[in-house]
Ligand binder design. Structure first.
Ligand SMILES: [Fe+2]
Ligand SMILES: [Fe+2]
Length: 195
């Protein structure tokens, strides 16, 4: 996965209140996505357990983020989502079973990008805002784990050649999406234009 330029990270640190509001929305959406997969994917016990655990973990992240917003006097307001997820979903297959495999791989890629960006932000904020730094770095481990869970489930839902083929296509799409230029800084906004 491609890295994020230092210029984007520096700009993002100046948008922290908006990023924290977005974090709450992202955690809630991540919990909802895991719940949807509980119904749409295979019923093997390990898959159901992994998704249930993941959904709970995302809700705990959601509550932690709400708490931080409250402590900082930031309102959990509605916010237009970044275009990143829609960009990725634009190449998801329209028919089953490829659609499910693509959706699982997209979720894995979103988790991987969350991990990469949150780690970069957490490290960059160490001196300026130790509390926000610790918040991001504490959540990062789980997001890395979620990336693997979704990939493991995708691998269980199709033959390895199909998964490899779709993964290659979606990784390329993810790279294109993150290299675009976006007006607003969000956790997954494009870093085009930053060095
Ligand atoms: Fe999370
Ligand atoms: Fe996650």
């Amino acid at each position: 996965m491609s890295g994020t330029p230092a210029g984007w990270v520096a700009a993002a640190m100046d948008c922290l209140p908006a990023l924290l509001v977005e974090q709450a929305h992202l955690e809630k959406k991540a919990a909802a996505a895991a719940m949807r997969f509980l119904f749409s994917t295979k019923k093997d016990a390990w898959i159901q357990r992994a998704l249930s655990c993941l959904a709970r973990e995302e809700l705990v992240h959601f509550e932690r983020t709400l708490r931080l917003l409250e402590q900082r006097g930031i309102e959990f307001s509605t916010q237009p989502p970044s275009r990143y997820a829609d960009r990725l979903k634009s190449v998801v297959a329209s028919t089953m079973p490829e659609r499910l495999v693509d959706e699982l791989i997209v979720s894995s890629l979103i988790e991987a990008r969350s991990h990469e960006r949150m780690e970069a932000l957490g490290n960059a904020l160490r001196d300026r805002d130790p509390e926000a730094s610790a918040f991001y770095l504490d959540l990062v481990e789980a997001e890395g784990r979620h990336r693997t869970v979704y990939l493991d489930i995708a691998t269980a839902c199709a033959d390895s050649a199909t998964v490899l083929l779709r993964f290659g296509k979606l990784v390329q799409k993810e790279r294109d999406a993150i290299e675009m230029a976006d007006d607003e800084i969000r956790l997954h906004s494009g870093h085009g234009g930053y060095a």
